[in-house]
Write a new protein. Sequence first.
Length: 447
Amino acid sequence: MKSYAIPLVAIVGRPNVGKSTIFNRIIGDRQAIVSDVAGTTRDRIITQTEWADKPFLLVDTGGLESKESHAVTAAPILSKVQSQVDMAISDADVIIFTTDANTGITPDDINVAQKLRVAGNQVVLAVNKADNIQREADTSEFYKLGLGEPIPLSAYHNHGIDELMLTVIERLPDNTLVNDVESDVRLSIVGRANVGKSQLLNALSGDNRSIVSDMPGTTRDAIDSYITYKDKSILLIDTAGIRRRGRIEPGIENYSVIRALRAVERSEVSLLVMDAAELATGQDSHVASYLLQAHRGIVIVVNKWDLSKKLGLSKDETRKVIREKMKFIHFVPIQFISALNKTGLNQMLDEVFNVHLQWNQSLPRYDLRRTVLNAVADHPPASNSRHGLKIYGVTQDGFGPPGFTFYVNRSDLVHFSYRRYLENIIRKTYGFDGTPLKMRFKGRGEH
């Protein structure tokens, strides 16, 4: 398998120009905090999304404004935000530079524009808050920034977003080849900071390529290693620690989350590493949600199991705790290791290959159809109206990761509980251990 990097789009601009509102419009959700108070967004908000069937990572940065424009007390925060945006600029494939039609061009806009021109990135100039005819006409002023044609929009009123994204998509590169090393499995090692990921990498690769420290966040960038196990090759992709969004520190650790997510995109299976002394935390769930979103195979790894007796833990009780706290990944296998003592590693790698096999599983077409239609006959979808849900068939339209399209009369009638029922039937019949399933319901006349 060749490894490809998903493109990255970063939204940059000074505070209070509406970056978070644009972010929300693009992803169709309200993940970013929106406020009239300048500088509300301090940390990046990161998500994988798509537009016109083109997937990309979208980053909402903190505001960028020159320190000279603010009181001395504000300077430390602004300095941290500046560093975040500088790093986003260095790694983004396309940048949406957001300005404000209401205020016009400011000295800070000019400074940012200069930075963007020097960086040489693909820049799309968005003029937000152009919510009337006069303001839209006034956007021609922004040609002075030297960044090409300004695109007027009002994110609040959802005007101009389609035009903006059409330009962004045109400038996005195709998924780029990152590493052409042939391997049987591409394996990423992910988890929140200080759970022993780098130590696990060292235990598997047999050297000390990664820095191991008691200080959280020591690993900054993804590091690749190549190993063999039972005559099979594994490309190990180590990643920086991921923290829950609200606890990500501004600056370089925040930036490392983007690198970690891009590393996950390159992998086929991910080891979700947890600390035996601190099981299934909110941060662990947050990392797991990234893996589900990327549709990568998952193996939960409980590290530091050499401390289990001291902690009074048993494997059965630990599994129960994890299953209870992380019900949304009930299908993921759990392994117990000590990276320090190098115990449990063989069983863990055996599980990785099993999940990889499941992740690439292709089902016989007619057998799948029979299984699903029998399940529908045994437990028909609930109907509270004369237009009840009808399921006509199903096909597997992808593997690695596995995807399924269900043909129905109306996709809006599919309740999440019935979707879960069908997923459970497929898992019960065919396995798919550790594998997120892509499930699409296509109504008549829908594309």
